[in-house]
Write a protein that binds this ligand. Structure first.
Ligand SMILES: N[C@@H](CCC(=O)N[C@@H](CS)C(=O)NCC(=O)O)C(=O)O
Length: 205
């Protein structure tokens, strides 16, 4: 049986969204990262980085959410595009999400809601980059249904969770109509709704 080790986090949500789109059978194994379970020896044995999500595909343990999405897409054939040039674009978006959108939105979350001391300069800087990301994605989605065109791909899944919580981060989509339309469309997918149901009702993700 395939297994997803995760918690109510942005990166776990990506993998749940994929699994719900494809109806792949799996067991969800909660790792309470707020109680430090990611540092226990039994978890470090499957991911020495001490982070969720981890996916067990029946043969090996995979970490890094976007790499898990890519592996699952290759395995199932869902979430990729046939055109090799568009596929290259999709890979670009996966890297962009992991290297730019994820880290800066994560820092906004940290300085808004997690840090015990305030750091207005860091918050302003990361919010400014997050806002540029919003502008960039909005521009890219002008005239396109999804980030790679007509097909919903794993790149959309990767980009979705941080944008889903933009209000919680104090970020606005009021001037980003194309991005807001994209977000609403993905929020309404039954697989997205099912993916959220793995988290408790108090989860902000
Ligand atoms: N780049 C990794 C990031 C994973 C990550 O940062 N996971 C966080 C939750 S979203 C975590 O497990 N944090 C616990 C810790 O760092 O102790 C991915 O995309 O999977």
């Amino acid at each position: 049986m395939m297994k997803l080790y995760g918690y109510d986090t942005i990166n776990t949500l990506k993998v749940l969204m994929f699994l719900q789109e494809t109806n792949v059978e799996f067991e969800f194994v909660p790792i309470n990262i707020r109680a430090g379970e990611q540092h226990k020896p039994e978890f470090l044995a499957i991911n020495p980085a001490g982070k969720v999500p981890v996916f067990y595909d029946g043969e090996q343990y995979l970490s890094e959410s976007n790499s898990i999405l890519f592996k699952l897409a290759q395995k199932t054939g869902w979430g990729l595009v046939d055109d090799p040039r568009i596929n290259d674009q999709m890979i670009m978006w996966l890297f962009y999400q992991a290297s730019t959108q994820g880290p800066h939105f994560g820092q906004v979350e940290h300085w808004c809601h997690i840090a015990k001391t305030s750091n207005p300069e860091a918050l302003t800087q990361h919010r400014a980059i997050a806002n540029r990301t919003i502008e960039y994605l909005n521009h890219q989605l002008n005239g396109k249904q999804y980030i790679c065109g007509d097909t919903y791909t794993i790149a959309d899944i990767a980009l979705f969770p941080w944008l889903h919580v933009h209000d919680h981060l104090g970020l606005s989509l009021d001037k980003a109509e194309h991005l807001a339309r994209w977000l609403d469309q993905i929020r309404a997918r039954p697989a997205t709704v099912n993916a959220h149901s793995f988290f408790g009702s108090r989860s902000i993700f």
